[in-house]
Design a protein around this ligand. Structure first.
Ligand SMILES: Nc1ncnc2c1ncn2[C@@H]1O[C@H](COP(=O)(O)OS(=O)(=O)O)[C@@H](OP(=O)(O)O)[C@H]1O
Ligand SMILES: [Mg+2]
Ligand SMILES: [Mg+2]
Ligand SMILES: [Mg+2]
Length: 354
């Protein structure tokens, strides 16, 4: 008997693993070994586009009818000025697609030696990510490099892919090439991939390995609570997190890292609360920044809501709609965090009246 979504899981793991190998190689070739100015955007651009080309190529071969909501589009690459960038992207994407087949990978998914794509096919694959999203039907959402700033710093970033059916996230895969396989050994082996399927639990595997470990968020012992939060102050209200920590009597320092690696750390107990509140009115969170993390947290036994205590709605389009923030935590702590968040919000409201 095969479980629901078992083929989708295998295809998604394959696509994300190949994209992770690609982004690691982009980092080694372009960031580490070449002289680039600090604010040069090209390595991350090359990485984003080529990873989206690879994942979308695999998905559309395996599931030709499925739309994809992807972060990137190929407009810039189709301009004359994008020629050099395009050339590099085509080379990298083809390198990733034509690598030998690994365990569980199928040539029918457009993979393996001899499966090169033309530049046009790869540009079309990138643009296959232009679906507007919505409440009905089956669709994927992809963030080819989440945590672009972390990628450039050589710190945390993630390749993130999820499948939604009628607005419900049913499968999520997050590849974290720089995350230690074991949090207790920060200098040990790095690179892991997380997968969750609705109703079937979640697991972690080393990117170079084959044996998954099931994941459950451990119960938090009082006094050991800590926050997982963004690095960029522009992405999440870190002052607000600070106040919520005070209200919860948290003494441990927050763990800051880029990308949905935060959800992965929560899933395996490397941090106990992921809190992300908006820094300004008007910014709408993108579905690809949260969909895989959402199903991962739930399948690890955690709770994830906005600051009203409502679940996130992935059926509204490319964004989560009006931004009420995100609170993700184990089931034993979520209610307390939610209450503290609401108290801090009430305090802010009082202050703004004064
Ligand atoms: N103003 C604002 N508010 C909230 N979120 C924003 C904002 N601007 C951008 N983004 C999105 O943040 C994604 C990265 O989130 P992180 O948690 O990794 O941020 S951080 O890098 O740790 O600071 C980042 O994802 P990537 O672009 O894939 O890196 C953006 O989609
Ligand atoms: Mg992102
Ligand atoms: Mg991105
Ligand atoms: Mg981006």
């Amino acid at each position: 008997m095969s479980f629901p979504y078992s083929t989708e899981k295998q295809v998604a793991l394959t696509a994300v693993r190949r994209a992770c190998a690609l982004t690691s190689s982009v980092f080694n070739k372009l960031v580490r070994n070449e002289t680039l100015t600090k604010d040069d955007k090209s390595p991350v651009t090359v990485g984003d586009y080529s990873a989206q080309a690879v994942v979308n190529t695999v998905l559309s071969r395996a599931f030709p009818a499925d739309p994809i909501v992807g972060e990137e589009d190929a407009n810039e690459l189709r301009q004359k000025s994008g020629e050099a960038l395009k050339h590099r992207i085509v080379e990298l994407a083809n390198e990733a697609l034509t690598a030998d087949l690994g365990i569980g990978e199928m040539a029918e998914w457009g993979l393996g030696p001899g499966q090169e794509r033309t530049p046009e096919e790869l540009m079309d694959a990138i643009d296959h990510g232009s679906d507007p999203g919505g409440p009905l039907g089956r669709r994927w959402t992809l963030d080819p490099i989440d945590g672009t700033k972390g990628f450039l710093r050589g710190e945390q970033y993630a390749v993130c892919l999820a499948l939604m059916v009628d607005g419900e996230v049913v499968l999520g895969v997050i590849g974290c090439p720089n995350l230690p396989v074991n949090n207790a050994e920060p200098d040990g082996q790095k690179g892991c991939i997380f997968v969750a399927v609705k109703g079937q639990g979640a697991e972690q595997t080393a990117l170079s390995g084959a044996n998954p470990t099931p994941l459950t968020i451990p119960a938090v012992t009082p006094g050991t609570l800590n926050f997982l939060e963004s690095v960029e102050a522009a992405h999440s209200d870190l002052e607000f997190n600070n106040r919520v920590s005070e209200l919860l009597n948290i003494t441990r320092a927050p763990k800051r890292m880029d990308s949905q690696a935060k959800y992965c750390c929560l899933a395996r107990g490397d941090g106990s609360v992921y809190l992300r509140m908006p820094t300004r009115a008007g910014y709408k969170e993108k579905i690809w920044d949260h969909a895989p993390g959402f199903v991962l947290v739930r399948e690890c036994g955690g709770i994830i809501t906005d600051s009203r205590g409502q679940p996130l709605d992935f059926g509204l389009g490319r964004t989560l709609g009006e931004n009420y923030g995100v609170i993700a935590a184990g089931k034993d702590v979520h209610a307390d965090v939610l209450a503290a968040v609401q108290k801090a919000q009430a305090e802010e409201k009082e202050k703004s009246k004064a």
